[in-house]
Design a protein around this ligand. Structure first.
Ligand code: ADP
Length: 444
């Protein structure tokens, strides 16, 4: 407020001084006119001199602005012109200082990102390289300055990266082998900012990947090694139970329980091996169109057999013209897990509805039951391995706790996603959504 008042005061002063100076000049001219008798000429001469003085200052200002080096002070001048020179000079100094401050910040940011072990790459809105740090050169093999302005998809040519980059859905990071060396594993994070420019972070996760691989191999090997002894034990138990009259009756119940638990262990090992197999590759090798309606028909009759005396009412509506590209064995195991779960977790005579239909978004399979339902807090964790809503309830059903983990993996491999909706006490609906790229439609 004070500054504003000051400024206007200064402006006022300058205006007054100028008026005074002009009046003085006109007065002097009139005096000269009085002496010489030529008023008009005296006035013209006076104003021309003033104009000349002003133009001279203007030219000096122009020359200084044109030729001065940074920090060079303006030429000396008095009055309003001196004030104008000083103000421009101060403005320039202030701009220069803030430029230097900004440059220092940019230098620090660039230095720190350059020193990072993770690669940082800036791309423009068309995906062309703008800037990258040293780690990007070691991890991705980028070359300075040749690669500047090149599209990133020309330099990281893996089709999975191109698909990921062009889909603009960067919620989940992407893992790929490094384009420089197959033994290195990289994780790509992309963020969009500003005018659809991209910031790409690439981390070396080779060690993490090796550990993960060791874990998977360990589980697969243990499951594999346990299978043979278990088959032998189950075989002998079966033989013993087949000759039940030779067995001491005291042992009969124990043997029956051993056989039942042996069966559970075998199911568990089979599921673990199946999961290990699903994790080993990203996509199924088999990609033939599968007739889902026939597959569901056979799953339905298996479910009916599983239900047995529990008398569930199982219905099936399936579009016979819709087929799915993928592995029949994997799809069978995923869908039967969903349908068998519905049988396991629905009370006697409950209703189970299986539907297979298509629309413009793709194809969908839903398994709906009128069973126990699941509390909302469990839904996000349901597809984790060995996650159970109620362990006492699950152990009675003979489940392995791996069913929905298998479903999730199979769906991932078929580019599909699982949606779970459930109300406690009213039933659940498990829906698999397949994109159009996986669907084959036959006329009719
Ligand atoms: P499990 O072998 O124990 O059935 P899953 O991975 O198939 O393992 O399922 C995980 C848990 O999800 C189950 O233990 C069960 O509590 C719950 N669940 C799965 N399907 C249903 C369903 N249709 N209705 C109610 N609960 C279900």
């Amino acid at each position: 407020m004070d500054r504003l008042a000051d400024d206007s005061h200064v402006k006022q002063n300058w205006r007054g001084a100028l008026v005074r100076r002009l009046l003085l000049l006109i007065g002097a001219c009139l005096l000269l006119g009085l002496i010489t008798g030529a008023y008009a000429w005296a006035l013209v001469a006076g104003l021309a001199a003033y104009l000349g003085w002003t133009l001279n200052h203007l030219l000096r200002l122009h020359k200084w602005l044109d030729e001065h080096k940074p920090g060079e002070p303006p030429p000396d001048s008095s009055g309003l012109w001196g004030e104008v020179f000083d103000k421009i000079y101060h403005l320039q100094r202030r701009n220069q200082r803030s430029r230097e401050r900004l440059q220092a910040v940019i230098d620090r940011v660039q230095e720190s990102t350059a020193a990072l072990n993770d690669a940082v790459i800036m791309l423009d809105n068309r995906g062309n390289l703008e800037w990258w740090n040293r780690a990007a050169e070691t991890l991705l093999g980028l070359k300075t300055p040749q690669d500047s302005g090149q599209p990133i998809t020309n330099l990281v040519r893996d089709p999975r990266f191109i698909e990921y980059f062009e889909h603009h859905n960067y919620n989940e990071p992407l893992e790929l082998p490094s384009p420089v060396s197959d033994r290195r594993r990289l994780q790509f994070h992309i963020t969009q900012y500003g005018n659809r420019e991209h910031l790409m972070l690439v981390r070396d996760i080779t060690r993490l990947h090796q550990l993960e691989q060791m874990r998977k191999d360990f589980v697969a090997n243990v499951s594999h090694e346990l299978r043979t002894p278990l088959t032998v034990i189950s075989g002998y138990l079966e033989t013993l139970l087949d000759n039940v009259e030779d067995v001491n009756p005291r042992w009969l119940r124990a043997l029956q329980q051993m056989q039942q638990q042996g069966g559970r262990m075998q199911n568990l090992l089979n599921d673990l091996l199946l999961l290990a197999k699903l994790e080993a590759t990203d996509y199924p090798s088999d990609n033939q169109p599968v007739a889902i309606d026939l597959l569901l028909l056979s799953i339905k009759s298996d479910a009916q057999a599983l239900s047995g005396e529990r008398m569930h009412r199982i219905s099936l509506e399936a579009d016979p013209h819709l087929r799915l590209k993928g592995s029949e064995a994997e799809l069978r195991s995923a869908f039967s897990n969903l349908v068998f779960n519905a049988v396991k977790y629905t009370p006697n005579e409950g209703e189970i509805r299986i539907r297979w239909w298509g629309d413009e978004q793709g194809a969908h399979l839903s398994v709906q039951d009128s069973g126990l339902g699941i509390e909302a807090k469990h839904l996000p964790r349901l597809t984790e391995r060995f996650y159970r809503v109620d362990s006492s309830r699950a152990s009675n059903t003979g489940g392995t706790g791996l069913g929905l983990a298998i479903v999730k993996h199979v769906l991932l491999r078929h580019r599909a996603r699982l949606e779970i909706a459930s109300n406690l006490g009213q039933g659940s609906a498990f829906t698999c959504h397949f994109p159009n790229t996986q669907v084959v439609r036959r006329g009719g």
